[in-house]
Write a protein that binds this ligand. Structure first.
Ligand code: PEP
Ligand code: MN
Length: 358
């Protein structure tokens, strides 16, 4: 499918009627009617436009709370009636779509695990055929595959869905360093270059997996002029049935959103351009640190093995091989020999120190 057609035909009116960035907030999961109503009542209408709650929850392991199901849709409808918020929930199959539509839910989002499956996305798209008034948001797939993500939008578009948007909720890391789901600002910038008209929403809650990081991630999204934020809030976060560690109270949310608008600075172009690149550098540095830590852990295991087999720590042949191989690869990628040599010497020395301590 031509990307231009998708880009030019997307209907942005649903998000442009509000001042940027909009906020989608509400609990990870609907638990009971009172919890939804209380959370919604405590959310500030000047900052929050859409109320969210998960009805069907995709959990990593079995035997966890997997969502309250259909009954929660009735509560969401009540929230809409009593507070005036648009309401949103996650859908993961045709049955969910059918039920959500029958309760007139305004915004349906496809979760990260679902976006990763073309069968699931196709089933959802088929069941949305001819539905023009609903807003459909597509979370990034759990792995950083831009084309798969765009493919999900295309599947919806082909069936006539125009009110689209994407949600950046981070990507599954092998080892968690700082984030529950690693953000990838670089990938999102690339996405924005390909499809600049698709509304972009950032979900700091699922990126961070904690409360403390939410403001910093929201600031970066703000810096990159995202159209909106999705942040989980709960009237009693400590006792939430899912994602308790990352949910905040409606009042804490307001505090964050106020701080965000104060930090606004789109006017100084030079400063903005510098900051954009610094954010990308910081992201890569964090990844380098994570990899270094993994490397040193393996070095240590190697040291233990060398000791038990009574092999000497310094293996000149192996070291020469690493050095040559790395310089060759690095030079192909445009790095200077001096940098590569210096870096690998340091790394090697550190490995030896670690193994010497054993
Ligand atoms: C959620 O929004 O509660 C959720 C399950 O999100 P994700 O698909 O990003 O994991
Ligand atoms: Mn959640």
């Amino acid at each position: 499918m031509e990307k231009d057609i998708l880009n030019n035909s997307v209907d942005r009116s649903w998000i442009e009627k509000w001042k940027k960035p909009i906020t989608i907030s509400g609990p990870c999961s609907a638990e009971n009617e009172q919890q939804l109503l209380e959370t919604a009542r405590r959310l500030d209408h000047t900052y929050v436009q859409i109320f969210r709650a998960g009805i069907w929850k995709p959990r990593t392991k079995p035997n966890n709370f997997e969502g309250i199901g259909k009954e929660g849709l009735r509560w969401l409808k009540k929230v809409k009636k009593h507070t005036g918020f648009l309401v949103a929930t996650e859908i993961a199959n045709a049955e969910h779509v059918k039920l959500a539509l029958s309760f007139d839910i305004d915004v349906l989002w496809i979760g990260a695990r679902s976006t990763a499956s073309p069968f699931t996305v196709q089933e959802i798209a088929d069941s949305l055929e001819g539905v023009e008034d609903k807003i459909i948001l597509v979370k990034n797939p759990i792995h950083p595959d831009i084309e798969l993500w765009i493919g999900a939008l295309e599947r919806l578009f082909i069936k006539g869905v125009r009110k689209l948007g994407i949600i950046h909720r981070g990507f599954s890391p092998y080892k968690k360093l700082k984030y529950r789901n690693q953000p990838n600002w670089n990938l999102l910038l690339e996405f924005h270059k390909i499809l600049p008209r698709i509304p972009r929403i950032c979900d700091p809650s699922h990126i961070c997996g904690n409360k403390e990081g939410i403001l910093d991630i929201a600031k970066i999204a703000y810096h990159f002029q995202y159209d909106g934020l999705m942040i989980e809030s709960h009237c009693d976060p400590e006792n939430a049935w899912s994602d308790a560690q990352q949910q905040i109270t409606p009042e804490q949310l307001l505090d964050i959103l106020k701080k965000l608008t104060v930090s606004k600075n789109y006017t100084n172009k030079t400063k903005n351009d510098l900051n954009s690149l610094r954010i990308l550098i910081d992201e890569i540095d964090e990844n380098i640190i994570a990899l270094l830590s993994e490397r040193m852990k393996i070095s240590k295991q190697l040291g233990i093995l060398k000791k038990s087999y009574d092999i000497s720590i310094l293996q000149p042949d192996r070291w020469k091989k690493i050095m040559n191989k790395s310089i060759l690869l690095g030079k192909k990628l445009g790095l200077s020999e001096k940098l590569l040599e210096g870096f690998f010497k340091l790394l090697h020395q550190e490995s030896i120190n670690i193994q010497n301590k054993i």
